[in-house]
Design a protein around this ligand. Structure first.
Ligand code: SAH
Ligand code: SF4
Ligand code: F3S
Length: 448
């Protein structure tokens, strides 16, 4: 069967990615797996032989995007009946074969742990089959997805790359679908991570962001026993040519002393940390099954800042969790005022089928919406204040692409700000920049 997809002329693959960075990474790996079958990436769905929608199930709005996009693809598929449409990602995992029932135009459904089976599944569609793979197979998909070769996609030649080191989650926060869509928490062996990191650096990558839904719970196997995220970062830091390391996202309870120490003494670990707290009320945190209090989070932030005083913190917040009162919401605002975030992501609670919180009576939509606006106003003020405080400071910037204006380049600061600079620069340059101005979501600066 697999031979049915052997290259016989190049076919075009269009991938649309929704959701988190892990999906971005997975899409790249799927593109590579399909590259081995003669498929080349295209940015235009109209010319695609195969369309892959890599979906997200985290909130209702995210999962609905799949169905609106399928609606938009319908005329394309009618005009080109040979076009195959695959649904991957967390909606594929959650809804499985129901997607085929609801949308007969879909040809295959593949969950996040089965991507290594994609080439065989695509081959099967040639005979009219509609394969669905949503098991959590015993084998590790990463062992079966090809390591990146030099014929990589353009994204591969970017100076900053994602590298998934841990998947799944055992925390079961009451609102969250991730433990169901990605399965149990699994860490990749340290040697495999290091091998992949070296391959990336060999291709010109200078910054790696380690990914996992609970990345700081990483405990990968090695010959010398289990390796923590802190140890993994120290091993990665020894790779010559790798200049910057980041990791995301972390649960407060897994922020060990050894990891905090790396923030203090490893210069390649960037001074930015995404540390979601979700809420500032202990009653709400308990109802969310977050397993930590607001005070524990605040003391943790203190300890991390003691190790790295200039660290920029980022967070995630949910407002309008079932039962949240105005006074409890005020506690979230208090926590935000105390922490001072560089950036943050905030969401109105969305009831997700199958999660414990979905059984509880919801906060009225208008109330939750109003809280979200007040929360975002506060977070926006903090972001602006911290950005303005960067003016006059000197930071490292890794340049990723030319800007919109001639002679302008865009890169990321050590603190993950987008920075616009003019100068004789190239993709992959890492330069010292003095910040001169702060815009809405980016900074401007000049080469030092
Ligand atoms: N593993 C990450 C979170 C992944 S989901 C972590 O624990 O930090 C990303 C964010 O989406 C969460 O932090 C949360 O703020 C938000 N989120 C998750 N489920 C949600 C829901 N049902 N409604 C609204 N926001 C949600
Ligand atoms: Fe979801 Fe909680 Fe796991 Fe994060 S820690 S992925 S919010 S269950
Ligand atoms: Fe979405 Fe799945 Fe990521 S639900 S946030 S794509 S793990």
């Amino acid at each position: 069967m697999a031979d049915g997809t052997r290259p016989g002329g190049t076919k075009k693959l269009f991938i649309k990615t929704y959701g988190c960075q892990m999906n971005v990474y997975d899409s790249e790996r799927m593109a590579e797996a399909m590259g081995g079958q003669g498929y080349e990436l295209t940015e235009r769905a109209e010319e695609a032989d195969m369309v892959l929608l890599n979906t997200c199930h985290i909130r209702e709005k995210a999962s609905e995007k799949l169905f609106s996009d399928l609606g938009r693809l319908r005329p394309l598929k009618q005009a080109k009946p040979g076009m195959k449409i695959g649904v991957a990602g967390c909606v594929a995992q959650a809804e499985g074969p129901e997607i085929l029932t609801r949308m007969p135009m879909v040809d295959l459904v593949v969950g996040p742990q089965s991507y290594h089976r994609l080439p065989q599944m695509v081959a099967a569609t040639a005979t009219g089959a509609k394969p669905v793979e949503t098991d959590f197979p015993a084998e590790d998909k990463f062992d079966h997805l090809p390591l990146r070769g030099p014929s990589g996609t353009p994204a591969r030649r970017a100076p900053a790359a994602f590298l998934t080191v841990q998947e799944g989650c055992d925390k079961f926060c009451a609102f969250c679908v991730v433990p169901y869509t990605r399965g149990a928490e699994v860490s990749r062996p340290a040697a495999r991570v290091l091998e992949e990191a070296r391959a990336l650096v060999g291709r010109g990558v200078r910054e790696i962001t380690l990914l996992g839904q609970n990345v700081n719970a990483y405990h990968g196997a090695s010959e010398a026993g289990d390796v923590s995220l802190a140890q993994l970062i120290r091993s990665l830091a020894a790779i010559e040519g790798l200049e910057r390391i980041r990791y995301t996202t972390s649960h407060p309870n897994d922020m060990g002393d050894d990891l905090i120490a790396v923030h203090g003494d490893e210069p390649k670990l960037m001074p930015y940390l995404h540390l979601p707290v979700q809420a500032g009320s202990d009653r709400v945190l308990k109802a969310m099954a977050r397993k930590h209090t607001a005070e524990q989070y605040l003391r943790l932030v203190e300890r991390i800042r003691a190790a790295r005083p200039d660290l920029h913190l980022s967070g995630d917040f949910i407002v309008g969790f079932p039962g949240e009162t105005e006074a409890e919401f005020q506690e979230t605002l208090d926590l935000i005022r105390e922490v001072r975030y560089g950036t943050a992501f905030s969401f109105r609670y969305s009831a997700r089928p199958g999660t414990p919180a979905a059984e509880k009576p919801a906060v009225a939509r208008e109330i939750a919406e109003d809280r979200l606006q007040r929360l975002q106003a506060l977070l926006g003020e903090q972001q602006q204040a911290l950005q303005r405080a960067m003016i006059g400071r000197e930071v490292g910037v890794l340049f990723e692409k030319p800007g919109r204006e001639p002679g302008q380049w865009v890169g990321k600061s050590d603190y993950l700000h987008a920075v616009h600079v003019r100068g004789p620069l190239a993709v992959g340059d890492l330069a010292r920049v003095r910040i001169t101005a702060s815009g809405l979501n980016s900074l401007a600066g000049e080469l030092v």
